[in-house]
Design a protein around this ligand. Structure first.
Ligand code: ADP
Ligand code: MG
Length: 231
């Protein structure tokens, strides 16, 4: 419990700081992108390879900045009562093309008449995107992602996202959500940090269950309403 508290305090400070820096980096980045474009158009020799590297790396910086900006308190956070399965359906649609490319198929089970969750739709979508993207990325040979959403008897909605990927060694599970923890060559190690932070802001909890070589399940528990969660 204490461990968890300390982790979230640190996340808070890192979040504020990082978001501030991210804001500052954004403007010079825009200028850089613009001038590189101009340069590419005016340079006579063929330096396509150099420009490709520059563009790829710039877009990598972009995606890191975007992750960090999510940690900033957004100007207008709009928490509304929302059917979480609707948000999940939109996310699955959004990622279906990427899934097909990886031979990944979705199986979805949504309980009918789910109670609404008091949430920020865009942030919740971000959570689902981050977890599902990871799931797709750990199944290079394809497989199923099983999503289920159910109402619990504990005033919580239970969401689970299961993959048939590599799995995570038990001692690494506590590293998930740490900034920059990644095992991927081109990973940022920021997706789960953002995910954990958003769930925490919704007074929810997240658990990871994993078996090496078999797959991983992310369980998310969200109170029906923020008020109920704070009692
Ligand atoms: P990134 O995807 O950029 O590496 P994340 O924060 O999204 O950053 O994930 C951090 C790490 O957690 C990943 O690099 C991977 O090692 C591990 N991980 C996350 N989701 C899964 C999963 N579904 N199966 C196996 N490992 C996972
Ligand atoms: Mg990721």
């Amino acid at each position: 419990m204490e461990e968890q508290l300390r982790k979230s305090d640190t996340l808070h400070v890192i979040g504020e700081l990082a978001a501030g820096i991210a804001h500052e980096i954004r403007n010079p980045m825009t200028a850089l992108k613009g001038f590189i474009q101009l340069l590419e158009d005016s340079v006579k020799e063929d330096h396509t390879m150099y420009f490709n590297v520059i563009t790829t790396e710039l877009s990598r910086i972009d995606s890191i900045i975007n992750e960090f900006l999510i940690l900033a308190k957004p100007q207008a956070v709009k928490f509304v009562e929302k059917d979480i399965s609707q948000i999940m359906k939109e996310t699955v649609d959004l990622l279906s093309a990427q899934a097909v490319l990886h031979n990944v198929q979705f199986r979805t089970y949504y309980e009918k008449n789910l109670p609404n969750v008091f949430c920020e739709s865009n942030q919740m979508k971000k959570v689902f995107i981050n977890i599902i993207k990871n799931a797709i990325e750990v199944m290079p040979k394809g497989g199923y992602i099983t999503v289920s959403i159910q109402k619990g008897f504990d005033h919580k909605v239970h969401i689970s996202i299961r993959d048939e990927g590599t799995g995570i060694p038990a001692h690494k599970i506590k590293k998930l959500g740490e900034p920059f923890y990644t095992t991927k060559e081109r990973g940022t190690g920021l997706g789960l940090m953002v995910t954990y932070k958003i769930i925490e802001e919704h007074k929810g909890t997240i658990e990871v269950e994993s078996k090496l070589g078999e797959g991983t399940v992310f369980h998310i528990h969200l109170p029906y309403s923020l008020k109920a969660g704070m009692k």
